[in-house]
Design a protein around this ligand. Structure first.
Ligand code: BES
Ligand code: MN
Ligand code: ZN
Length: 512
């Protein structure tokens, strides 16, 4: 899908040759074919290409001159605008520009697209290659599994193959960056694919099968806790939510192990393969979107895949995905029911549609006890309330530890998945007080994203923990060239980035 070439761009004879140019770039490089430099000069002179962010200029060199550049059917200039002071912004700019290149190439049905890396973009060569690779591949994603006709635009309008030209940067560094970009893109493809799958094709069992497959492929340890074991372990949350479903529940666990002494990071993702609301039934309009209620689980499981391939050395990582459907029926859990979670805490189920927290509670409590992690991050499409607060542009972040929260904000920022931190505190927790159990599963009015997080907090004890509510960003995310409509695959790259940079937490610090 993508490879590196050592040939000069002039020798490329495929469909589309892409150059990324900054606002001030008047010339591509001295070595570049005169024709392209002349074209750039002309385009600038006429004001047709300024190099501003998202500015593009496409032309057919062979049509305008005798001195053809050797065969590229078309040449595309893409503007990078002015270099931002913040490296995270520059990285995102490269992803966006590369995504735009993939889109343009796709519309042309380019079989081969050669992208020449920009040389002086104030990032390490491997970072430049990584971001461009991510942008190209992620922008070329389509989900056409169930389109049976061949001649449909979504199927045709893709780039066949991408080629990178190092643009004068160190080829070894570029190769390293490209390979990493590939690992991430592959994981995000898998995340988007499973999220796109409808609930009848992606059940809790599919989650388990996928985990087993990648554990064999990439050398992870995989364990699946089945229903009978859940009964023995007392996982009343997962079992309760699963009561109305004909599909057996699964608690899928993947382990990435380095050295025993290394700290362990635990990732937990909500794997609700369909959320009808249960007896507290959701309205029909838009209910089909609730096939996406497993995006947190998808992010965790595909992050584990990328981590296994990327092999960070100083950290152990555990991924847990509680997976079930939430359906109604005569066996289903009812409002007012009381469940006993793993570890013994009791919960009054006031609303069966607040099911994500019920299944996560068991996974969190079980994970804390079994793996004694140094830190926990959970991801879940948990509340509509987070969409009311933050829209579709930022993931809601809530945490009991400032350092972990800061690390997540940084990681999200570095990969173009921004978050916004919301508070926690006893005044919110109080909204969840139950008259008959330890806690109830919905709060009184207001602050729904926060009260949901307070519920989860009950099950992590003192362990540093952060919760990402991705209900607004897992699909319908901010429109971007490299993020398609539908599931965005958010979370995967943030988690990999967090883990990659992991060092032990400063244990003296604690808040809320
Ligand atoms: N999966 C939903 C949250 C959700 C809603 C995600 C809309 C994406 C879009 C979750 O299980 C849910 O139903 N939450 C309820 C909680 C409420 C009953 C306290 C909600 O947000 O309405
Ligand atoms: Mn729900
Ligand atoms: Zn849900």
């Amino acid at each position: 899908m993508i490879k590196l070439t050592s040939k000069a761009p002039d020798e490329f004879s495929g469909d589309l040759l892409v150059y990324f140019l900054e606002k001030e770039d008047a010339k591509i490089s001295a070595e570049t074919d005169g024709l392209i430099n002349r074209a750039l000069h002309r385009a600038r002179e006429h004001g047709d290409f300024t190099g501003a962010k998202d500015d593009t200029f496409l032309f057919y060199p062979g049509l305008t001159s005798e001195d053809d550049i050797g065969g590229a059917k078309a040449v595309l200039f893409i503007g990078l605008g002015e270099q931002d002071d913040d490296p995270a912004v520059r990285k995102e700019q490269l992803r966006l520009a590369a995504g735009l290149a993939a889109k343009t190439g796709g519309n042309m049905k380019a079989r081969e697209l050669l992208a020449v890396l920009p040389k002086e973009y104030m990032l390490a060569p491997n970072e430049i290659a990584e971001c461009v690779t991510e942008g190209l591949l992620l922008g070329n994603y389509r989900f056409t599994l169930y389109k049976t006709k061949e001649d449909i635009p979504e199927k045709e309008k893709v780039v066949g193959n991408f080629i990178l030209s190092d643009g004068g940067l160190s080829a070894t560094a570029v190769r390293r960056g490209m390979n990493r970009g590939k690992i991430l893109a592959e994981a995000v493809y898998a995340c988007r694919d499973m999220s796109n799958q409808p609930a009848n094709k992606w059940t809790p069992s599919e989650f388990a099968e996928f985990a087993k497959k990648i554990s064999k492929q990439y050398g992870l340890k995989c364990k699946v806790i089945e229903k009978p074991a859940m009964v023995k372990l007392g996982m009343g949350g997962i079992l309760g939510v699963n009561q109305g479903s004909a599909q057996p529940p699964k608690l899928v666990i993947l382990e990435y192990r380095t050295k025993k002494d290394n700290p362990t990071v635990m990732l937990v993702g909500k794997g609700l393969t369909f959320d009808s609301g249960g007896i507290s039934l959701k309205p029909a309009a838009g209910m089909e979107d609730m096939k996406y209620d497993m995006c947190g689980g998808a992010a965790v499981i595909t992050a584990m895949q990328a981590i296994a391939m990327d092999k960070p050395e100083n950290v152990n990582v555990i991924g847990l995905v509680p997976a079930t459907e939430n359906l109604s029926g005569s066996a289903a859990i009812k409002p007012g029911d009381i469940i006993v979670h793993y570890g013994g805490k009791t919960s009054e189920v006031v609303n069966t549609d607040a099911e994500g927290r019920l299944i996560l509670a068991d996974a969190l409590a079980y994970g804390v006890e079994t793996y004694s992690p140094e830190a926990i991050v959970d991801l879940a499409t948990l509340t509509g309330a987070v969409i009311v607060g933050l829209g579709h542009h930022r993931t809601g972040l809530m945490a009991n530890n400032d350092e972990l929260a800061e690390r997540l904000l940084t990681a999200g920022n570095q990969v173009g998945e921004p978050e916004w931190r919301l508070p926690l505190g006893p005044e919110y927790r109080k909204q969840m007080d139950s008259k008959v159990a330890d806690i109830k599963n919905t709060g009184t009015k207001g602050g729904g994203a926060i009260t949901a997080a307070c519920y989860l907090q009950e099950f992590v004890g003192d362990t540093p923990w952060a919760h990402l509510d991705i209900a607004g960003t897992a699909w319908d995310f901010t429109e971007k060239s490299y993020v398609p409509k539908g599931p965005s695959g958010t979370g995967t790259r943030t988690l990999v980035e967090l883990v990659r940079e992991w060092k032990p937490l400063n244990r003296t610090e604690k808040d809320s």
